[in-house]
Each structure stands twice: as structure tokens, then as C-alpha cells.
Design a protein around this ligand. Structure first.
Ligand code: IPT
Length: 992
């Protein structure tokens, strides 16, 4: 006989799941039992503790919370968090779990508040307990439940006399349910969402179902509220329904029709709907909106919408999934402020308050069932609960508890049956059950590959070529003709794409362009919103973000938990800024003919709330400003250009840009609470004047009195090694083609045989060394140094010629022409092509840098939508992006000049002239600055381990390989790959 926690029966002794009004919506009395509870952890579920034991003298533990995080970030008194993505960290033999199964005994005492109403019923509600639990009151076992991210109610009516009552909850870490809760996240246990005691008045509203549709052809909203349980209760009166703002009333079960303003993510209009029975009043925030699919296109209120979203796990770096309302609001506002309009609640129903916020602030939601059985993948899905009739009841119970809990939210536009749970009979059972409860929303499940039981065709990480075929409706057919025809008539959504692990995602803009092009493409959800790095103190007390393996787990998936658009402390990563630029509702893009295309990508709004402001600027100087008089209707676009009479300056030291920004000027009432002044809805620019070419140098190098050569501020030894520049020692100067690998570089993306990193190592790029082949002074007075740079074991390498020439009348400046030619076989990509210059600088972190080029954030060949040409400032410390797992970061592209100011008051200026890769001219150089080596960056496991080493490295590259999203998805696309090619770079270095 399996132990109870190994049973696959639905919860027992609980109140039948109901369409319960959201917390705070009801006039009925309720009291929170959150706070410090008594707690003890036992090694096995048979704890041997009597449920009547009060727990006096036991530890204290915060409810809600996870016991593994009780002492975070300094101590782990109840076992450590464990991270696995796909793998079950225990033997796969469902429904069994190991005997060693940490089990928490919780105790709290409470008494009914004096003002608690007489009569009626009293229920105890748990919003989330991970993973299996039993509830006892005053020593008597009442209920057994599970479904970690789903509510459980226990009826305590008749048991709550005067005085204190002892509530005992036993929670196991593992249970049969662990097999269906194998989401890619930390395994964290306990009562992690709130606990409340709720009064249910006689004749009250237990069940409230809302259906609020909107007919876009007439502007009429339809409202129907059903309170089935009330009508069924003996002697109950039918509930009355009123929408005071609209001046309409009805009885429950009646349909109201009235002109309304519809709800959408763009304008999240909500109306208070008051439902009352005399003994209870429920006030619901209701949005009128209709979701439909016509001709394979997904429509909200009759208009095609595109979902530009992210997958959101619940996460707080100290509290795990016990997220506070403040964190939820922070997420929603960060999403809105970065132009996301949608969220998939991967991979479970979130805390219900999050959905209230999505209704109120405007986000389309794919609400996902608490279901993932990914660990059966390696077993060829054999034994998968999703195809096992024993599990049907429990899986249907789960998905219907979600629909009942969340059905009233306007924001939810799709129900998702789960994630990565394979296929089988229970997919259909769940889909049928969902439709039975709520026919108004389409059903989503990516794991149904032929889309037999769902309403939208969903995939994850499909490459852009395939998405383009699907967009055109010419994807390879399914074997079954009728299934194929059915699927071909469906909208397509990427439930996951653009894996944002570490430095990335690359290629987001390529996907987004397809969403715009093809009506069938509904858009998608970036994987994922936030890095789940748990705050942990190291031996010295330094706090850092821990990932898989940092808690000594025997089985774990390492850094794969750090793949979000936000760093664990919710600092937006450059990837989020890129996402904001790609998702911009008013997209402004340069066209090859020197014009800008302005597109209104809202589905419902014109752009009258945006002011189109332009500036003409060079470096830090603003030369002229103006506004364009343009209002675009939803979906419209216009081509714009700088005013014809705009005087353009002559070419000078910096290029001149005409930058156009759509700036929101009048917040809609829906946005007033969060919109920041100057909020940018989209930006784009044209380079209207190139920088002037560097004047030709004409000076001659001189022999140095101590041997070697002097060329302006550069000194060389007799072998031709650059030994000093601008008064500081030079440690290294040579061609470089390597970078500290990104998480994406480490993985072979779709279609690749080997990862980029393997290719680069194979070519010896990580061990490049230089051999000087000759030094001489040319006829024109330049110092010419020939060298060969190559890695061990291979004949492939780079022939380099560096020409250093002083600048006449400018003794502090030297010109450098770098000419690099690959030799031998170079079949694969290279990480970068350029030079690295390593200078002595004891206070490298404090050095300031001003540059003219793209900024302010890092950008790469396939993540460059957010970067704008201009003049920017940083310190070397701020230049670094502290990815949770250290890796290549910080490249600034298109740099035409940069000024470094060192702590001792001296400085170095770099100007870029002509730069070409192969035959392709580049706009300036790519600049990276580092106070540590790429090797140290590669070796560091966490950012706090990186220490400045007294040297400052400047990477001056003609180009760098893109970043792609090979960690989970396609590698770098051909449009952003870098291959070995002849490189020419003309630089001027000036000592300041
Ligand atoms: C995909 C999962 O659905 C998601 O939860 C996450 O684990 C992601 O991978 C990787 O970060 S499934 C993958 C096998 C395509």
C-alpha cells in the first residue's frame, strides 16, 4: 500500500472547488492566519508527532514561506534548495518517492475574532502549499490536499467554539504530485502562500461565475453573472447584479446588454460589478472583452493582436515563490515599462493577486495549469501520468481548480493545460473539462504536437525559418489530413522563444519582424522573465546570487536557472532593454533609402498620446530639435525624413544623428499611476553626416635612446613589442579572436553539430599567441611590425601587419593601421576580430569613459535594436554587465571615438577611422573595457569572484560574433555570424 502522500487520488475532505470571488472582493468576514507558526522538520512523512501536540517550544517559521529559505541568505537550518530543470532528483517510479522525505509539521493556534458573525459556515483557505499536506484541527485530521499552486479549502463549520484552536498542518517535500510538478525551478517546500479563515454567510455567494463579452460591431457589452450555488441552496434568494457606473441591474443568471468601453491590455477598462444577496456583497472588477479566432487569426474585440510577452515564474531572491504583493506589482510595472503586453504564467497559476494586477494594468495572460512531467522525457514518456487513466481525476481536478479560481479575470485570454508533460489521454480529458467550465477562452498546450485537443498551434524555440513557413501556412503537413487541416486553420504562438540566458537573447528582432509580417503569427513569450538566483552569503559574508550546484546538490542543472530578462535582484539586463526596443508599440526603423518608417503597432489606439520629437545631434551637442505633426491610427505606418530645410553641418569629429522618439505626453487614465515622464514608446535614427575621415598621418618614428622606437605616445622595444603607451606600461598588444564564452556559445543550437565554443577551442582561439615576423621603418617613416597570431595544434592563424605612424605637429598622437589576414582553414565562426590592448592601471574600475557610438547599453550584431548612436558616459565598473553567470558582456558597437580618464588625471583617446571586415565597411569599432582578463571572466562562477587585477584591457574590434540563443534554441543566424575574414582598422591613439 502506498503511503498517503503517494496516493494519486484527488484531495480528500476539502470543500468542492468553486468559482470563489477573489480575496478582498467579498463583504464576508475573513481573517488572515499568516504570521509566525511553530515548526519542526522531520526526515520522513511518518513524523510520529501527534496532531494534537501544540508545538510549544518548537522553532518558529514564517507563513507564508519556504522552509528551505527560513535562514536565507546566511543559514539553511531545514535543508537547502535544489535546482533541477528536467530531471527528477529521485528514482522515477511513480507514484513512489524516497523514504527520505523532509516533512514539516506546522502548528498555530487561533480563536475566532469576537466580531465573527454567527451562523453560516467557516472555511479555512490555503492559497498554496508545496507539495502534499494534511490539515488537522484540535487533533482531528480533516483533509488531505495537494496541487502546490492551487487553492484548498477546508470546512471548519461546527468545530470552532470559543477559545483557542490548534491547527496542525503536515507538509511533505516529495509526494506522488512531485511527478506532475517537475517545473524548471528550485524544489522549495512549505506553506508558501497565505492562509485565511473565511466566513461564508448563509445565503451568501459561494460561487460567482462571470462572463463579460464585448461586441465590437455594436459597442455593446454582455454581462452574465451566475451564482449557481446560491440558487441551489435551500431558501436562498437569487443574487442581484448591478453595474452602478453603467446604471444597470439584473438578477444572477440574466444577461445584461449595455454599451461599454471594452477591456484590452492597451486600455484595461474595468467596471465594478456588484453582486449581492442580502447577506453577502461581492464587488468584482470586470472587463468586457471577447477573444475569438477567425481565419486562423487570434482576435481580441475583433482586432488581431500580437502577444509580446515573457514567461514568468514567481521568484524572489530571498523568498523563492513566496512572492509579496510588492514584488508582483514590480513585475507588472517592469513589464509595462518595457512594452511587454503579455505574460505566460509558466508553469502554474500564479498568486491570484498577480492576475488582479494584470487586469488592472493591462497584460494579456496565458494562465497555465500546475502540470509538468518533463522527467519522463528520458524514458521516452513511458509511465507518464498524462497518459495514465489512474491520473485522470487528479489532473482534471487540477486544471478545473485553476479555471474556477481564475475564471473572472479579463486578462486571461488562453487557458494552458500545462507545460512539457507529453501527450496522452488526459490531455483530452483536461481540455474537455476546461471547455465545459468556460467555453469563452481558447485552450493552449504546447505538448499536443498535432494540436488535436487545443485551439492554437503552439511551439517552443522553433527557428525563424520554420516560423516563417508557419506564418505563410506552408509548414510540413501532419500525416493525418484532417488533423493537418485543423491545425493549419489555427493561429500560431511561440509559448517559449528567445531564451534569455546570460548574454542574450540574440535574434529577437528577427522573430518580431515575422510576427508583424504574418497575420497567423500571434507572437510569443520570451523565456524567461527573471533569473532565479537565490541570495546566499559566501564564507566571507559576501552576498551573491546562487544557482544550481551552489547548495551542494548532487544532481542539478547549474546555470540553466539563470536565463531571465531580469537579474535576480530585478535589475533589467541589457536583454530586457533590447526586448523593450523590439516590442516598442511605436516602432521607428531606419530604411536603406535614408528615411524612417514609423509604425503604430497598437491594435486599438492611435498615437495621439505620443509626441514625435526629433533631435539633430553630434556627440554631446544638440544642434536642433523639433516635432513631427503625425498621428497614426492603429496599425498604420508612415515614412518620415528630416525636414528638407534642416541645415546639416560639415563632417567633423563625430557623426551627426537625426533621432526620432515617440514620447508619451498624455497618460491615459489607465497609465497615470505608473507612467514616468518622458516615457519612450519607440525610437529610431538616421546617421545624416558621417564622421570626417582621420587626416593622414605624416610623422616619422624615431629611435628611442634606450633602444627600440618611439612613435608619438607609443614606445616599442627592439623586437617591435609595444611596451608603453600614453605614459603607462603595456602588457599585451596583439590580434584577438576569442571571448569569454556566453552560455549560448557553450551550446550547439538547432542544426549545429558543435557549439561555437567547441569550434573556437578547436581553432585554438582561447590560446592565441603572437610571433613577430619582422620590424622595420617604412619609407614614409611608419614603424611596420609583421606578426603571426595563432593557437596551438593548428596551421590556421592570422597574419597581422601593424603600421604605427606619428602624427605631424601632434606629438601626443599616433596612427595605427591594422591589417589582419586569416591564413589556413577557417571553416567555422570566430568570436571576434580585432586587437586587445592591456595597460597598467591600478584603479581600472574608477576610470571614466566617454564614447561616441552606440549606447548606452551593450549591443551585439543580433541584439542591437535598443542601441542608439550618440555620446555616452560610464565608468569601467558600470561598463560591466554582471550576469549571474559571468561571461562576455559590455561590447559597445559603432564607436568612432572614446576618451578614457584615469584616476591619476591622465587619459587616452581612441579615434576610429576606416574599418572593414572582408569587403564590408563598419561604422567605427566595437569597444570593450575590462578590469580583469577574459580568462578570469570565463573561469569565474559568480560575478563577486571577479577582482580587478591592476590591468585595464581594451578590446578594439572590427566585429564580434552575435549571441544567438543556442542555450535553448537556434544559434547565431547567418546575418550575425562572424567568420574569419581580412580586417582593416585605422585608429588614432592620443595621450591626454
Ligand atoms: C523548456 C521548458 O519548457 C522551460 O520550462 C525551460 O526549462 C526551458 O526549456 C529552458 O530554460 S523545454 C526545452 C527542452 C525546450
Amino acid at each position: 500500500m502506498p503511503l498517503d502522500h503517494e496516493s494519486v487520488a484527488p484531495p480528500d475532505g476539502v470543500v468542492a472547488p468553486r468559482f470563489r470571488p477573489p480575496a478582498g472582493a467579498s463583504s464576508a468576514a475573513a481573517v488572515s492566519l499568516d504570521g509566525e507558526w511553530r515548526f519542526r522538520l522531520f526526515p520522513h512523512p511518518d513524523t510520529g508527532v501527534d496532531r494534537a501536540e501544540p508545538g510549544d517550544g518548537w522553532d518558529r517559521l514564517a507563513v507564508p514561506g519556504h522552509w528551505q529559505l527560513a535562514g536565507a541568505p546566511h543559514s539553511w537550518p531545514y535543508g537547502v534548495p535544489e535546482y533541477t530543470n528536467v530531471l527528477y532528483p529521485f528514482p522515477v517510479e511513480p507514484p513512489h518517492v524516497p523514504d527520505d522525505n523532509p516533512t514539516g509539521e506546522y502548528r498555530t493556534t487561533f480563536s475566532l475574532p469576537a466580531e465573527w458573525p454567527d451562523g453560516g459556515r467557516t472555511v479555512l483557505r490555503f492559497e498554496g502549499v508545496d507539495s502534499w499536506f494534511q490539515v488537522a484541527l484540535d487533533g482531528e485530521l480533516l483533509a488531505t490536499s495537494h496541487g502546490s499552486r492551487l487553492p484548498t479549502e477546508v470546512d471548519l463549520t461546527g468545530r470552532l467554539g470559543p477559545g483557542d484552536h490548534l491547527l496542525a498542518v503536515r507538509v511533505t517535500k516529495w509526494s506522488a504530485m512531485s511527478y506532475v510538478e517537475d517545473q524548471d525551478q528550485w524544489w522549495l517546500s512549505g506553506i508558501f502562500r497565505g492562509v485565511t479563515l473565511e466566513h461564508r454567510p448563509d445565503g451568501g455567494i459561494d460561487d460567482v461565475r462571470v462572463r463579460a463579452d464585448y461586441d465590437h460591431t455594436t459597442g455593446v457589452g454582455t454581462l452574465r453573472v451566475d451564482t449557481a450555488a446560491v440558487v441551489a441552496a435551500p431558501g436562498a434568494v437569487a443574487a442581484r447584479v448591478a453595474v452602478p457606473e453603467l446604471g444597470v441591474e439584473a438578477v444572477a443568471g440574466e444577461e445584461l446588454r449595455v454599451p461599454v468601453e471594452p477591456w484590452s491590455a492597451e486600455r484595461p477598462r474595468l467596471y465594478d460589478v456588484v453582486v449581492e444577496t442580502g447577506t453577502e456583497t461581492v464587488t468584482l472588477a470586470v472587463g468586457f472583452r471577447t477573444v475569438s479566432i477567425t481565419d486562423g487569426v487570434f482576435l481580441v474585440n475583433g482586432r488581431p493582436v500580437k502577444l509580446r510577452g515573457a514567461n514568468r515564474h514567481e521568484f524572489d531572491p530571498l523568498r523563492g515563490r513566496a512572492v509579496t504583493p510588492e514584488r508582483m506589482l514590480e513585475d507588472v510595472l517592469l513589464m509595462k515599462r518595457h512594452h511587454l503586453n503579455a505574460v505566460r504564467t509558466s508553469h502554474y497559476p500564479p498568486h491570484p493577486h498577480f492576475l488582479d494586477l494584470c487586469d488592472r494594468y493591462g497584460l494579456y495572460v496565458v494562465d497555465e495549469n500546475d502540470l509538468e512531467t518533463h522527467g519522463f522525457l528520458d524514458e521516452g514518456w513511458s509511465g507518464n501520468p498524462v497518459d495514465d487513466p489512474e491520473w485522470t481525476d487528479v489532473l482534471v481536478d487540477r486544471v478545473t481548480r485553476m479555471v474556477r479560481r481564475d475564471g473572472h479575470h479579463a486578462s486571461i485570454i488562453l487557458w494552458s493545460l500545462g507545460n512539457e508533460a507529453g501527450g496522452g489521454r488526459n490531455v483530452r480529458a483536461m481540455a474537455d473539462a476546461v471547455r465545459g467550465l468556460d467555453p469563452s477562452r481558447p485552450v493552449h498546450y504546447e505538448g499536443d504536437w498535432s494540436s488535436d485537443h487545443v485551439d492554437v498551434y503552439s511551439r517552443m524555440y522553433a527557428p525563424t525559418e520554420e516560423v516563417a513557413l508557419i506564418g505563410q501556412g506552408v509548414e510540413p503537413p501532419l500525416e493525418r489530413a484532417n488533423a493537418d487541416a485543423r491545425r493549419r486553420a489555427m493561429p500560431f504562438v511561440l509559448c517559449e522563444y528567445a531564451h534569455a540566458m546570460g548574454n542574450g537573447p540574440g535574434g529577437l528582432a528577427d522573430y518580431d519582424a515575422l510576427f508583424d509580417r504574418y497575420p497567423r503569427l500571434l507572437g510569443g513569450f520570451v523565456w524567461e522573465w527573471i533569473d532565479h538566483g537565490l541570495t546566499r552569503a559566501d564564507a566571507d559574508g559576501t552576498l551573491f546570487a546562487a544557482y544550481g550546484g551552489d547548495f551542494g546538490e548532487r544532481i542539478h542543472d547549474g546555470t540553466f536557472i539563470a536565463d531571465g530578462l531580469l537579474l535576480p535582484d530585478r535589475t533589467p539586463s541589457p536583454g530586457l532593454r533590447e526586448t523593450a526596443a523590439v516590442f516598442a508599440p511605436v516602432r521607428i526603423d531606419a530604411r536603406p533609402d535614408g528615411t524612417l518608417l514609423v509604425r503604430n503597432r497598437y491594435a486599438f489606439r492611435d498615437t495621439s498620446h505620443a509626441e514625435l520629437r526629433w533631435t539633430l545631434h553630434r556627440g554631446e551637442d544638440e544642434l536642433a530639435t523639433g516635432k513631427l505633426d503625425l498621428v497614426l491610427d492603429a496599425g498604420d505606418e508612415a515614412v518620415v525624413r528630416p525636414p528638407a530645410d534642416l541645415p546639416l553641418p560639415e563632417p567633423g569629429e563625430a557623426p551627426v544623428w537625426w533621432t526620432l522618439r515617440a514620447v508619451q505626453q498624455s497618460p491615459d487614465t489607465f497609465e497615470e499611476s505608473w507612467l514616468e515622464p518622458g516615457f519612450v514608446l519607440g525610437a529610431g535614427q538616421l546617421r545624416v553626416v558621417d564622421r570626417a575621415p582621420l587626416p593622414a598621418p605624416a610623422g616619422r618614428v624615431t629611435a628611442h635612446p634606450e633602444g627600440g622606437y618611439q612613435a608619438g605616445p607609443a614606445r616599442f622595444d627592439a623586437r617591435g613589442d609595444l611596451v608603453a603607451l600614453a605614459g603607462r606600461a603595456v602588457h599585451t598588444f596583439r590580434v584577438d579572436a576569442w571571448r569569454a564564452p556566453t552560455d549560448n556559445d557553450r551550446a550547439a543550437g538547432g542544426g549545429q553539430e558543435r557549439s561555437d565554443l567547441e569550434n573556437w577551442r578547436h581553432a585554438g582561439l582561447h590560446l592565441l599567441a603572437e610571433r613577430k615576423a619582422g620590424v622595420h621603418v617604412g619609407e614614409d617613416g611608419a614603424l611596420e611590425i609583421d606578426a603571426r597570431v595563432a593557437g596551438p595544434t593548428t596551421r590556421a592563424g592570422f597574419a597581422a601587419r601593424y603600421r604605427w605612424q606619428p602624427v605631424t605637429d601632434t606629438p601626443d598622437a599616433v596612427d595605427l593601421l591594422i591589417d589582419v589576414r586569416p591564413e589556413g582553414r577557417w571553416p567555422q565562426s570566430v568570436a571576434r576580430l580585432g586587437v586587445v590592448l592591456v595597460l597598467d592601471e591600478p584603479r581600472a574600475m574608477d576610470a571614466g569613459v566617454r564614447w561616441t557610438g552606440l549606447g548606452p547599453d551593450e549591443s551585439y550584431a543580433d541584439s542591437r535594436t535598443a542601441a542608439l548612436g550618440g555620446a555616452w558616459r560610464h565608468t569601467v565598473a558600470d561598463w560591466q554587465t554582471r550576469y549571474t553567470h559571468p561571461q562576455e558582456n559590455g561590447a559597445r558597437r559603432g564607436v568612432t571615438s572614446a576618451v578614457l580618464s584615469f584616476a591619476d588625471g591622465s587619459g587616452l583617446r581612441v579615434d576610429a577611422g576606416e574599418v572593414t571586415v572582408g569587403a564590408r565597411p563598419q561604422d567605427g569599432v566595437e569597444l570593450s573595457l575590462r578590469p580583469w582578463s577574459d580568462d578570469a571572466l570565463d573561469r569565474a562562477a559568480h560575478p563577486h569572484e571577479l577582482m580587478p587585477d591592476g590591468l585595464l584591457r581594451l578590446h578594439l574590434d572590427a566585429a564580434q560574433h552575435g549571441v544567438g540563443s543556442a542555450a535553448c534554441g537556434p544559434g547565431v543566424l547567418p546575418n550575425a555570424q562572424l567568420h574569419a575574414a581580412p580586417v582593416l582598422m585605422r585608429l588614432r591613439l592620443t595621450a591626454l
